[in-house]
Structure formats: structure tokens, C-alpha cells
Design a protein around this ligand. Structure first.
Ligand code: ADP
Ligand code: MG
Length: 238
């Protein structure tokens, strides 16, 4: 579960083409990082996969099923937003259970999933607190918890750590990598931070102006950058 295939996907906003035809395969269980400068189309690409934007043309398949016309909730993908997307007036428990409550899930099953997610994320002792009573890292974990309870086939992260200070970012990076090992679920992680890309990725997709410059493992890209742009971005010696 969690194989995502993009075939000749394009996206235009009015006259402006943000994603020219793009092909990409993300394998089941892979940790893929989309990296590239601001405005290169990372968020747009992630939103197309999530179904939050419609493709202008092309096809997206998730686990072998044509997903292009499916609504976001039918795609079984969980988008993790930055921690500020939590509801301040709700407890951690209610925040994590929110998507399940919206889906009308049975109370006992909601409870089972929230308990399990809280345990994986070390939030068990914080379930009755409100976001304002948590540290930045704990708030970020609540946002991840809200994704975990949906038991998605893939997690999509859009610069989830950009609101955190540098020290906390390093810790959360390790936590997300650790979570990936534990859940063994496909994760797509968007960042403009080369260090995040190099330390977290199984596979890095380097984007520039909506097209893919190069795809490879961190070591591939470091040792065999295809061009000066990739080398500069990845930080390999030129
Ligand atoms: P990134 O996440 O890499 O910083 P984005 O995907 O947010 O880049 O944006 C890529 C380009 O698409 C930018 O030029 C941006 O202005 C444009 N864009 C994104 N969303 C919209 C939209 N809803 N309407 C018009 N242009 C958009
Ligand atoms: Mg973005």
C-alpha cells in the first residue's frame, strides 16, 4: 500500500503553467522528499497528489487505482499541516480524533485509534491538554497524530517544521524518520531545506520551475549531480 504514480501530470493556473508534463513513481513505503527553491511547485505537486487541487491534465494512480477524479477523502492520504492548524479550544484528544469524528466513526474505534496514536507519539500524558499548553514539538506531534488515526496509505508533509526553531527542528526530523521506520508507510515530505532532504530521504526529487531536474538517493545526487543546479542545491562539491 502507498504506491503513487504520476503520468504526464500538468497544472496551470489560468494562463500560467506551474507544472509542465511530469512523470514520477513513488514506491510503497518509500520516504520521498520534494526539494527545490521557493515557488518551484512543491506544494502544488503535493496538493495535486492529495486531491486538494485538480490536475489540468494527466493521471494520478494510488495503489493501482486511478485517483485523478477521487475526492481527497477517498484517496486515503493524510496531509500533515504545520502545527498552527490545530484547534486551540479543543483538547489534544479532540484534536487528534477530529477527522474520525467528522467521518462519523464509531466512538470505541475512535478511542482505540487515538490511544494508539498517542502512544506512538508519546502524547499519552497530554491528551487532556489544549494546544496552548504544549511545546512546539508536542503541537507538531498532535498534527501528525491527526494524520496517523486515519491509517492512510501515505503521509504528505508540506514543510511541517518551518515554524519551529532550529534545535526543535533537528529533534522533529529524527522523530519523523523514526515514525517512518515504525509505520513503514509511504511518506512524501516537502522542504526547501537541503539538510532535511539529505538526512531524511530514501529518494530525493529535485524540482525547478515545476519540472524534475533529478531523482535519486541522497548519495546518488551528492556524488553524481546531473547539473550545476542540482549540485548547488544539494551542496555537492563542483
Ligand atoms: P513552492 O511550494 O515550491 O514554494 P508553490 O507550489 O506554492 O511553490 O507555487 C508554485 C507556483 O504556482 C508559484 O509561482 C505560485 O505563485 C503559483 N501558485 C500556487 N498556487 C496558486 C494558485 N492557487 N493560483 C495561482 N497561482 C498559484
Ligand atoms: Mg510550498
Amino acid at each position: 500500500m502507498g504506491r503513487i504514480v504520476l503520468e504526464q501530470v500538468t497544472k496551470s493556473f489560468g494562463e500560467v503553467t506551474v507544472i509542465p508534463p511530469l512523470d514520477l513513481t513513488i514506491e510503497d513505503g518509500e520516504f520521498t522528499v520534494f526539494v527545490g527553491p521557493s515557488g518551484c511547485g512543491k506544494s502544488t505537486l503535493l496538493r495535486l497528489i492529495a486531491g486538494l487541487e485538480d490536475v489540468s491534465s494527466g493521471r494520478i494512480a494510488i495503489d493501482g487505482t486511478e485517483a485523478t477524479a477521487l475526492s481527497p477523502s477517498k484517496r486515503r492520504l493524510a496531509m500533515v499541516f504545520q502545527s498552527y492548524a490545530l484547534y486551540p479550544h479543543m483538547t489534544v484528544r479532540k484534536n487528534i480524533a477530529f477527522p474520525l469524528r467528522m467521518a462519523g466513526m464509531d466512538k470505541a474505534e475512535q478511542e482505540r485509534r487515538v490511544t494508539q496514536a498517542a502512544s506512538v507519539l508519546n502524547l499519552t500524558d497530554y491528551l487532556e491538554r489544549r494546544p496552548g499548553q504544549l511545546s512546539g514539538g508536542q503541537r507538531q506531534r498532535v498534527a501528525i497524530g491527526r494524520a496517523i488515526v486515519r491509517e492512510p496509505s501515505a503521509f504528505l508533509f508540506d514543510e511541517p517544521l518551518s515554524n519551529l526553531d532550529a534545535a526543535l527542528r533537528v529533534g522533529m526530523r529524527l522523530e519523523i524518520s523514526e515514525l517512518h521506520k515504525r509505520l513503514a508507510t509511504t511518506m512524501i515530505y516537502v522542504t526547501h531545506d537541503q539538510v532535511e532532504a539529505m538526512t531524511m530521504a530514501d529518494k530525493i526529487v529535485v524540482l525547478r520551475a515545476g519540472h524534475i531536474e533529478q531523482v535519486g538517493s541522497p548519495l546518488d545526487l551528492y556524488h553524481n549531480p546531473r547539473n550545476v543546479f542540482v549540485a548547488g542545491f544539494i551542496g555537492s562539491p563542483t
